[in-house]
Design a protein around this ligand. Structure first.
Ligand SMILES: NC(=O)c1ccc[n+]([C@@H]2O[C@H](COP(=O)([O-])OP(=O)(O)OC[C@H]3O[C@@H](n4cnc5c(N)ncnc54)[C@H](O)[C@@H]3O)[C@@H](O)[C@H]2O)c1
Length: 433
């Protein structure tokens, strides 16, 4: 394990609500205010040893994590506003909190974005801080950005994290995505239908030997070509889609139903959300990407094939409604139709009304992913990092190799703790049920 010495550059793709809340929170911590609530790397303690040797270690004592004091932030966005202006615009944190870090935030100015309006129609024609060029040209320009940022800020390591808008759903295309050679041929032929802007960022990062985290449900790194590239460059990757509000609740409630052998007939989830993310997701082609990510969860946890009487016929529906008055303060409603003793005749309902703050939940998850993927890189791990599924709504897995995604939050936590124990030189001694 290489030590976490020197500065860690964190390059955020997108300088919107999640990124500015992440950056502001880290800067606030450095100034001695705020609380890193929701962050496992900053607040959790993990048991090591058993019996009389048992002790509970903070994650930062268990493994050599980078300190938040050593992070230097940078970003790309289609809007030229600096991080202070972008944070004010996102409206997540209150002005008095932002004023205390005004000077530091103002220094963070977004680099020109690799953007294609076809992928995010709701932002077409906006911003203007956009690179021009072919897909190959964009990757070259992004690689130059990463190199320059590394040099100008004296970073010993860099991580790139996607916290930009959700792109429209694109299908896996074997002709472009099956292998690295196929992907590079499509890059060179400027095939804009199969190579999304997010793929350009990921390709550029991996070619620069930089770990990449996908915080949205974009196809992006979830293709064999990117896995091959990550293996070739020996760089770790993680994705997809931060697990924050409604899906977090799903991955807690579904295991409860399963362990109690309670049946499920239907699960209806709806949201109102008024931030820019909500506006982008209002476009059907972008919502579809999110929908696929949100729908995958229940089936994997409830395993209908094993318990068809309980879970064989679930109606699962997810809706996101753009409603500007609420801004980032998303409200979600879930209705579960369940049954148990004596079957459906005595059905019951569970209602969940979660009044959350989207980016307040997402920022600590983004920080944990950044610090963990940097740890993975220093430990010599590369390729997909399934132990980070705990933080992700739609964990990447290799279907072609028969891998199953792990969705149950408690199982994911067990896997995460075991990996941290292993990386800290302790026995990964917790068994997965
Ligand atoms: N907040 C949550 O709880 C949560 C949970 C899971 C996933 N996400 C995902 O995280 C992402 C960010 O969410 P947000 O609330 O910060 O959204 P946001 O709209 O506030 O910010 C996204 C930013 O990305 C920029 N952008 C779009 N395309 C870009 C590109 N190609 N290159 C550079 N910048 C680009 C936009 O201009 C915008 O400023 C979204 O995809 C969202 O779906 C958020």
């Amino acid at each position: 394990m290489q030590p976490a010495t020197g500065k860690l550059g964190v390059l955020c793709v997108g300088l919107g609500a999640v990124s500015t809340t992440l950056i502001s929170g880290v800067l606030a911590l450095r100034k001695g205010y705020g609380l890193p609530g929701g962050s496992v790397t900053q607040m959790a303690k993990v048991r090591v040893g058993r019996g009389k040797d048992r002790q509970y270690l903070p994650v930062s004592e268990l493994v050599p994590l980078a300190s938040t004091d050593d992070i230097v932030f940078g970003a790309w966005d289609i809007f030229p506003q600096n991080a202070y202006e972008a944070a004010r615009c996102a409206g997540v944190l209150q002005p008095d909190d932002l004023e205390q870090i005004h000077a530091e935030l103002e220094q963070i100015r977004p680099m020109a974005a690799a953007f294609d309006p076809d992928y995010v129609t709701r932002l077409a024609g906006q911003g203007g801080n956009v690179k021009q060029g072919t897909r190959r040209g964009l990757t070259e320009s992004l690689r130059a950005d990463i190199k320059r940022f590394r040099e100008e800020n004296g970073c010993s390591r860099i991580v790139v994290i996607w916290a930009a808008s959700t792109e429209k759903l694109i299908d896996y295309s074997p002709a472009a995505h099956e292998s690295l050679a196929a992907f590079e041929a499509s890059l060179d032929s400027d095939d804009r239908a199969t190579i999304s802007p997010s793929m350009c960022y990921a390709y550029a990062a991996l070619r620069e030997g930089v770990p990449f985290v996908m915080g949205a449900p974009n196809l992006c790194i979830d293709i064999p070509a990117m896995w091959e590239l990550a293996d070739t460059e020996r760089v770790p990757i993680a994705g997809k889609d931060f697990k924050t509000g409604q899906t977090l609740m799903k991955t807690v409630l579904a295991p409860m139903l399963r362990t109690r052998c309670l049946g499920l007939d239907g699960w209806f989830s709806t949201n109102i959300l008024g931030n820019r993310d909500g506006e982008v997701l209002d476009a059907p082609e972008n919502f579809r990407t999110k929908e696929v990510s949100k729908l995958g969860v229940i089936d994997t946890i409830l395993a209908p094939n094993e318990q068809p009487e309980l879970y064989g016929d679930i109606y699962h529906k997810v809706r996101i409604n753009y409603y500007p008055p609420r801004g980032d303060n998303k409200e979600s409603w879930d209705n579960l139709d369940i049954f148990g003793w004596m079957g459906r005749k005595y059905g019951m309902q569970i209602k969940v009304n979660f009044l959350c703050r989207d980016s307040i939940l997402a920022a600590p998850v983004a920080l944990d992913l950044v610090l963990c993927i940097d740890l993975a890189a220093r430990a010599g791990l590369y390729g997909n990092q399934p132990w980070l599924a705990f933080f992700l709504k739609s964990p990447m897995h290799n279907e072609w190799h028969g891998e199953q995604p792990l969705h149950d939050l408690f199982q994911q936590y067990t896997v995460l703790k075991n990996k941290l124990r292993e990386l800290g030189g302790y026995e990964p001694d917790e068994e997965l049920e």
